[in-house]
Write a protein that binds this ligand. Structure first.
Ligand SMILES: Nc1ncnc2c1ncn2[C@@H]1O[C@H](COP(=O)(O)OP(=O)(O)OP(=O)(O)O)[C@@H](O)[C@H]1O
Length: 684
């Protein structure tokens, strides 16, 4: 989880791992910095830094004009002379003056001065221009030098690392080359990119050099471990991933370069540059995100080719990143059999230049022909599993019904009051988040602290109250999840919420937004407005947001008041049928305690637009870990269901108001047909 700090880094401690004391980054202690210690944040900002009033490009332009500040229009930024250069008379490497070295992000208004490395928000910039910035403020604005502890660690590792060709044993060098797939990458390429090898950690080391290539700001270690099913790679960055902003390869870019190829891994950049001679840059966190802070460094390029990898996830990421970079200058290399990732292409003897020539323009007009779509369709057909989305680790039954979690969909989730909706949806979202789905939570009912506590308990799968000595260990791991929280509590206007979501998608590449719950956006509607119409409007806004931003939205909606002894149906969702019509998926947490005695829950998938499979499966609540996921001991029971192939098919529901088309309905709880709770298994 990233807690956003201005001028601070998160605390770090040392953890016992695998029976010996290791640094938090899993490096041997000899390479970790000193004894265990912790630092405290000076100024912890709210979890999601939301601009008070979002600024538009037009407003930025108007402001600059009104103040007589000249500017140039760029792809994703406006360029202006930097007001921070006089205070810091730094000269860049070529001794050039620092004119127009300030880059202002057109979407957020955040700025970066490339000369002094000062950065800040649009409000900070205005304060500086208007002479309201005091000395202390300016200090805050200046980009952080790495923390002393970090720089010591970086230096220590870098000094101990050696170029591959300087390893004393040729066998060791050869083994490293094989492990990292570098057999065709020359020493010359490794030298140019300044890649080293750290023997004790059996890792490659990629440096993060300051502009001009002088100072060392951080580094990335790439470890390789041979396992039965192939080689597994593990990345470690210093500083930690949230603030590791190394566009690897930047020192090799010349001011005159107008074209660049972006890759998601450093090794791919080596391969590409070696075989095509083109400028290449590797994104610091692969396909996970493209932080807007990097955009100024990419402004000089008239053409950007994104070649991020060989799976659908990379393809989706490339399309998203192209939006940020301005699609008109972007081309994308489509993953395919003959178009693997660059390093693999090099190793297979393919022509990387030829593959680059097949890159497709990212820019689409509003109307497309099937000719433009046919490759996309083929991509989906030949990667059926990936097209079905990310599968839950903790909810195999959900995978069987929904097949996975896909971008751009709207899921509506309902259940009786107090049945455990928040608790379930927290685990459902956490599961995806631990698999790299960048997640934004809007919890309007319960505080973020309480929600985070539930999530942390679910993450640790156990009560932390009784093992406080483990708290830091779990909290450190939790902190590294790509998880963000909106800081709203209580009633909010839908406009503010959507603006915040938009901001988060741009800044943090959010792919999943959870809204708990919709009723908290309805209070701001004028009393005279029909509440049902208001809800329809809100659902429509979330639907549009999901589609436009290729972002999954999970929306919790309360059910309408019904008889307690009746099960909920799709039509029980509060309001008109709009919510279930707009939704791609409808999930209902069924609480049958009132029908059949003490409290077992079932999850019903009552709409599934992806492939129509609907059904219900039991959830067992574990009160100490607050989890609903099936404990490992129950797996056999579920397997048996599958083996028996005993799926109960019901008639599709008919055209009732709010009813949805259903292909087949599946009860995955064979032991309790027809989906009745098992009285012999009291809920915990
Ligand atoms: N299956 C369950 N059995 C018993 N207790 C549960 C179960 N699921 C959740 N709880 C507990 O019930 C309480 C309420 O859960 P939660 O807040 O998730 O419900 P909710 O449906 O979101 O409530 P609301 O309708 O107020 O939004 C929590 O303390 C939670 O730990």
């Amino acid at each position: 989880m990233w807690i956003l700090l201005r001028g601070g880094y998160p605390l770090r401690i040392l953890l016992p791992l695998r029976g010996e004391w290791m640094g938090r980054r899993g490096l041997p202690r000899s390479l970790a910095p000193g004894p265990p210690r912790r630092r405290y944040r000076k100024e912890a900002l709210p979890a999601l830094e939301v601009p008070v009033l979002p600024v538009t490009t037009t407003e930025i332009r108007q402001y600059l004009r009104a103040r007589g500040i000249p500017f140039q229009d760029g792809h994703s930024c406006l360029r202006a002379p930097s007001p921070f250069v006089k205070a810091l008379p730094l000269k860049d490497q070529n001794g050039a003056t620092a004119s127009f070295s300030l880059f202002i992000d057109k979407t957020t208004g955040r700025f970066l001065c490339m000369t002094s490395l000062a950065e800040g928000s649009w409000e900070d910039f205005q304060a500086s221009v208007e002479g309201r910035g005091d000395g202390a403020r300016e200090g805050v604005l200046l980009s952080e030098a790495p923390e002393v502890e970090d720089s010591e660690e970086v230096r220590r590792i870098w000094d101990r690392a050696v170029p591959l060709w300087e390893l004393p044993e040729p066998e060791e060098a050869q083994l490293a080359r094989v492990m990292f797939g570098l057999t065709r990458v020359t020493d010359d390429t490794l030298r140019r990119f300044n890649v080293r090898y750290l023997r004790p950690a059996r890792s490659l080391v990629f440096p993060w050099l300051s502009p001009g290539g002088l100072g060392l700001r951080g580094l990335k270690l790439l470890g390789a471990e041979g396992q039965r099913d192939g080689v597994h790679y593990k990345e470690t960055t210093i500083p930690r991933p949230g603030v590791y902003r190394n566009l690897f390869g930047l020192p090799l870019i010349s001011r005159r370069d107008v074209e660049v190829v972006l890759t998601s891994r450093e090794l791919d950049s080596l391969a590409l540059n070696q075989s095509t001679g083109l400028p290449t840059l590797a994104l610091p966190r692969g396909t996970a995100c493209l932080p807007p802070a990097l955009l100024p460094y990419l402004e000089q390029f008239r053409r950007i080719v994104l070649w991020l990898g060989d799976d659908l996830r990379s393809w989706e990421a490339a399309k998203l990143f192209a939006r940020k970079l301005n699609p008109k200058r972007c081309s994308l290399v489509r993953p395919g059999d003959r178009q693997p990732r660059p390093l693999e292409a090099l190793n297979r003897g393919l022509s990387l230049s030829r593959i680059l020539r097949t890159a497709l323009p990212a820019w689409h007009k509003s109307i497309v022909s099937f000719r433009q779509l046919r490759e996309e369709v083929l991509g989906e057909l030949s990667n059926v599993e990936q097209a079905a989305g990310i599968r839950w680790n903790r909810f195999p039954d959900l995978n069987r019904l929904l097949k996975g979690h896909r971008k751009g969909e709207l899921t509506v989730f309902t259940g009786p009051t107090g049945s455990g909706k928040t608790t379930f949806i927290s685990e459902y979202a956490l599961d995806l988040c631990t698999q790299g789905v960048n997640t934004l939570w809007g919890s309007f009912e319960i505080s973020n602290v309480r929600l985070a506590r539930v999530m942390l308990t679910q993450f640790a799968v156990g009560r932390l109250e009784e093992q406080l000595d483990k708290y830091d260990e779990w909290a450190d791991r939790f902190e590294d999840l790509p998880l963000y929280f909106m800081t709203f509590h209580g009633q909010q206007s839908i406009r503010t919420v959507i603006d915040t979501m938009q901001h988060a998608v741009y800044v943090y590449d959010i792919c999943h937004v959870v809204i708990d719950n919709l009723q908290f956006m309805m209070g701001h509607e004028p009393l005279s407005t029909d509440r049902i119409a208001a809800q329809d409007y809100i659902v429509g806004a979330f639907r549009k947001f999901a589609t436009d931003n290729s972002c999954h939205v999970t929306l919790v909606i309360h059910p309408r008041k019904e008889d307690d002894d009746k099960e909920l149906q799709t039509a029980s969702i509060f309001g008109s049928a709009k919510a279930s019509q707009e939704a791609d998926n409808v999930l209902i947490l069924q609480d049958r305690k009132l029908v059949t005695g003490p409290g077992k829950r079932y999850l019903q998938v009552s709409k599934n637009r992806f492939d129509g499979d609907v059904g219900v499966f039991p959830l067992e609540f574990n009160k100490s870990s607050l989890t609903f996921s099936i404990p490992p001991k129950s797996k056999a029971r579920l397997k048996k269901v599958k083996d028996d192939n005993g799926l109960a098919t019901k008639k599709p529901s008919s055209g009732k108001k709010g009813a949805v088309p259903q292909n087949s309905e599946t009860c995955l709880d064979q032991a309790h047909q027809p989906c009745q709770p098992d009285p012999s298994r009291p809920s915990r």
